[in-house]
Ligand binder design. Structure first.
Ligand SMILES: [Zn+2]
Length: 313
């Protein structure tokens, strides 16, 4: 899906340009290609004015000057974000935590915990190039491609765990109405789990996928049914050759309606004689997995080894 999206953006270059602010080469290097500006080089590093730091690409407010502090690290530093403005994911290096604009997904920098700079013990280390500054008293520009209004109202989210996420992602991505599927970890007790930690059973997480879909073209029920038919929901703490609690079958429901749909499907399968092992759990933080796990089979050009469609309903 990601490959397709990139092609769409290249093919529809005009559309992409008009949706977001045009970026300079340097901004694009940081925001789109996750680069890092040279330390001490940013315009906003020593800015002491009061106001709001907004995303350079989509104008979404990210940080308040009230949370800015001097960390002497060479990049603007904040010990808190504007609520809901910043997403976190494990960096491609598998070690650090990358921070991204929650609205447009633009790269901001990294967040570090436990350094003791301020009482909040948190340092958002942000590239100046990823942001613009709007001084108090000046109007904030409109947010471009605002996900909190139009788009969010028009998309649904479903989170499923059914064994190795490579295969679950691959098959769900090909379903009508599915906009995107991301592989990740959820249901455990540690922030920013890595693949190695999850496989080492030390974090309690399960391999899972987060599906974003268009409710005009797919329903939560249709996707949940499909989920029960592309993995074996009777296997306990395993899926085919993959053995371990990280491969357990779980539906992570976002709300009561999703829970009821999933329960109804489980009841139907039980009526048909299946001994269902699938658990229902409320959705918690979904940690996006390392880059090399995303679109795994599409990148490799091979087919899933332990997931295939089997009619069960
Ligand atoms: Zn943005």
């Amino acid at each position: 899906m990601k490959i397709l999206l990139i092609i769409t953006i290249i093919a529809g270059g005009l559309m992409a340009d008009t949706q977001y602010n045009e970026l300079s080469k340097e901004e694009e290097h940081v925001i789109v290609r996750k680069g890092t500006e040279r330390p001490w080089s940013g315009d906003l590093l020593n800015n002491k004015k009061t106001g709001t730091y907004i995303c350079a690409r989509c104008n979404a407010p990210l940080y308040s000057s009230a949370d800015k502090f001097d960390s002497h690290c060479g990049w603007p530093s904040y010990d808190d974000e504007i609520k809901g403005a910043v997403n976190r994911q494990t960096d491609a290096d598998g070690r650090r935590t990358e921070i991204l604009c929650a609205n447009c997904g633009g790269h901001l920098g990294h967040v570090f915990l436990g350094e003791g700079f301020t009482a909040k013990n948190t340092r958002h280390c942000v590239n100046s190039l990823s942001m613009n500054f709007i001084e108090d008293g000046q109007p904030l520009p409109p947010i471009l491609g605002d996900k909190s209004s139009d788009a969010a109202a028009n998309t649904g989210v479903a989170i499923f765990a059914g064994g190795c996420f490579w295969g679950v992602e691959y098959l769900l991505e090909k379903q009508p109405g599915v906009i995107d599927v991301v592989s990740g970890y959820t249901g455990g007790h540690k922030d920013n789990p890595t693949y190695r930690e999850v496989c080492g059973h030390s974090t309690g997480h399960v391999e899972a996928v987060k599906v974003t879909f268009d409710p005009q073209k797919a329903t939560y029920e249709s996707l949940a049914r499909f989920f029960f038919e592309i993995h074996d929901p009777t296997q306990v703490d395993r899926q085919g050759p993959d053995i371990g609690e990280q491969y357990r079958s779980v539906v992570f429901y976002e709300n009561e309606a999703q829970k009821q749909v999933a329960q109804k499907l489980i009841d139907k399968l039980k009526e048909k004689g299946y001994k269902i092992a699938t658990k229902l759990q409320p959705a918690t933080t979904f940690w996006v997995a390392e880059d090399y796990h995303q679109d795994y089979y599409d990148k490799k050009g091979t087919q899933p080894y332990c997931h295939a469609y089997t009619r069960r309903f």
